[in-house]
Design a protein around this ligand. Structure first.
Ligand code: AMP
Length: 143
C-alpha cells in the first residue's frame, strides 16, 4: 500500500505559510485548520521548513509567553524529511519513527503534493488489518 493511496482517500490539501510570521500567528493557523504542523515555503513555493506544535511548546517552555512573538524561522526545522507518492506506508512510518516526528510531507518532482500524519497511516493500517481478518473469517466459514 502506497502513500498515493492514502492521499487518494484523505485528499491532497497541504497547508503552507510564507515567512515572516510569529508563532502566535501560526497558532491561529493550526487552530483554524485543526492541524498539528504547518509547512513553510519560500516565495517560489519550495519547501523551506516545518513547524509543529511541539516546537511551539518547547519554545514557550524555554522563553515563557514572550516566545509567541518569535519569528517562525527561529523555531522551525529546516531539514525536512519527505516521502514520495510511490513510497509504501511502512517506509514512511519507518522514516517517522527513526526521526521521531509525526508528520511527513509528500514531494513529487520537487513539488509539494500532500502531507501525511502518523494518525493517517495508523488509521489505514488498522483498516487493512481488519479487512484482512474479515476476509480470512469469510474464507474459513465458507469452506
Ligand atoms: P511532530 O512529532 O511532527 O510534532 O514533530 C516533532 C519535531 O520534529 C518538531 O521539532 C518538528 O519540527 C520536527 N519534524 C516534524 N516533521 C518533520 C519532518 N518531516 N522532517 C523533519 N523534522 C520534522
Amino acid at each position: 500500500m502506497t502513500i498515493a493511496s492514502i492521499l487518494g482517500s484523505k485528499g491532497r490539501d497541504v497547508f503552507t505559510i510564507t515567512l515572516p510570521q510569529t508563532l502566535l500567528e501560526v497558532c491561529s493557523t493550526l487552530r483554524e485548520h485543526r492541524i498539528g504542523a504547518i509547512l513553510i515555503v519560500d516565495d517560489k513555493g519550495k519547501l523551506a521548513g516545518i513547524l509543529s506544535e511541539r516546537d511551539i511548546v518547547r519554545r514557550i517552555a524555554e522563553h515563557g509567553p514572550d516566545a509567541l512573538q518569535a519569528d517562525t524561522s527561529e523555531c522551525m526545522t529546516s531539514n525536512v524529511v519527505t516521502c514520495s507518492l510511490q513510497d509504501t506506508i511502512q517506509t514512511a512510518m519507518a522514516r517517522m519513527s527513526e526521526g521521531r516526528f509525526r508528520h511527513i510531507p509528500v514531494v513529487e518532482n520537487d513539488e509539494l503534493v500532500g502531507m501525511v500524519s502518523i494518525g493517517d497511516l495508523v488509521k489505514r493500517r488498522i483498516a487493512d488489518a481488519e479487512r484482512e481478518a474479515e476476509d480470512l473469517k469469510n474464507y474459513l466459514y465458507a469452506s
